[in-house]
Ligand binder design. Sequence first.
Ligand SMILES: Nc1ncnc2c1ncn2[C@@H]1O[C@H](COP(=O)(O)OP(=O)(O)O)[C@@H](O)[C@H]1O
Ligand SMILES: [Mg+2]
Length: 216
Amino acid sequence: MIRFDNVTATYKKNIGIFNISFEVNPGELVFIMGPTGAGKSTILKTIYKDIHIDSGKIFLNNKEISNSSSNLSISNTRNQIGMIFQDFKLLNNRSVYDNVALPLRILGVSNKNIKHMVRESLNKVNMSNYELSYPLELSGGEQQRIAIARALVNNPKIILADEPTGNLDPNISDEILDLLEVFTDNGSAVLMSTHNFPLIKPRNKKFIELSKGRMV
Ligand SMILES: Nc1ncnc2c1ncn2[C@@H]1O[C@H](COP(=O)(O)OP(=O)(O)O)[C@@H](O)[C@H]1O
Ligand SMILES: [Mg+2]
């Protein structure tokens, strides 16, 4: 589902990620572990096509996205991916409903289908009663649930979470991890970065350990 084949992406000499190879299969949750500056976000950004790679290959659903002659455009690639961030990136002047509906509006989905899909997504993260709330009325954990509902609303097969628990208390972080694990049940591949090894250790999942842009 996600496959890196010897990927190198640099910002400048010796800064970036180097010779990264791994795969995330359908239904699998894999962690990228490492301290600040290790290259975790850089790996996720290459998948999201935020930055170019220097060499190697990246495959999503067996299609190479890193090839410049690939017919997968940036928006095609992004439409297959749900992104979740440490700082939630919600629009604070829009209701919960409108935040979750946003990706569907961009895709031109009908209002009737939007209503159905937003309700289903909010239901999955146990936030059904908050449609009319605004993000700043919610706790950090609740805001992250809304951000997860938004990332999942068009049923992406690939979910990238960049330190999604970075701003949350340990028990809330665990709940967010539980949610991400549930989403692998329908065959989605989830790749999550974190610097918090004690959080992920009890889960016994595959993890990629990074140090200074290299796998260790
Ligand atoms: N836009 C950028 N320009 C130059 N250097 C960058 C840029 N973004 C990140 N870096 C550097 O690349 C390295 C990896 O960063 P990053 O992937 O953000 O690490 P992490 O997410 O693990 O904290 C760091 O040394 C960081 O300073
Ligand atoms: Mg980062």
